[in-house]
Design a protein around this ligand. Structure first.
Ligand code: TYC
Length: 113
């Protein structure tokens, strides 16, 4: 009875209890730019350290970590992962800090995909 009255009032004066106003906005979502995190080869950083880094920072399973490390070792560069800007920036900073702390010259950079 109360609802019926509210709806009756609606019909006279606009939306009220139990009456939704339908607003339709066009879905304008933009996909974020993605960035490749790239590891560079050097002659001094131990292979085991790079494999460990790929597991800890980039969450790679052991076998994939070995594969990526060997690719960098053999070709000079390799992609560790693709992320949004801030995530990529954080991964690069983590690699650089862990390398510095362990006195390895390992270099890491990012590049827009
Ligand atoms: N080239 C290094 C070695 O032989 C291993 C290495 C791999 C270093 C990948 C850096 O990003 C790198 N000890």
């Amino acid at each position: 009875m109360l609802l019926a009255m509210a709806e009756k009032q609606d019909n006279q004066q606009g939306p009220g209890i139990g009456v939704g106003v339908v607003t339709k906005t066009s879905p304008k979502t933009k996909r974020p730019s993605l960035y490749k995190v790239i590891l560079l080869n050097d002659d001094y950083t131990p292979q085991e350290f790079v494999v460990w880094l790929l597991q800890v920072v980039f969450k790679k399973p052991p076998e994939e970590a070995i594969r990526i490390m060997l690719h960098v070792h053999q070709t000079g560069v390799g992609v560790c992962g693709v992320y949004t800007y801030e995530v990529a920036e954080t991964k690069v900073a983590q690699v650089m800090e862990l390398s510095r702390r362990n006195q390895h010259p390992l270099q890491c950079t990012m590049e827009r995909e």
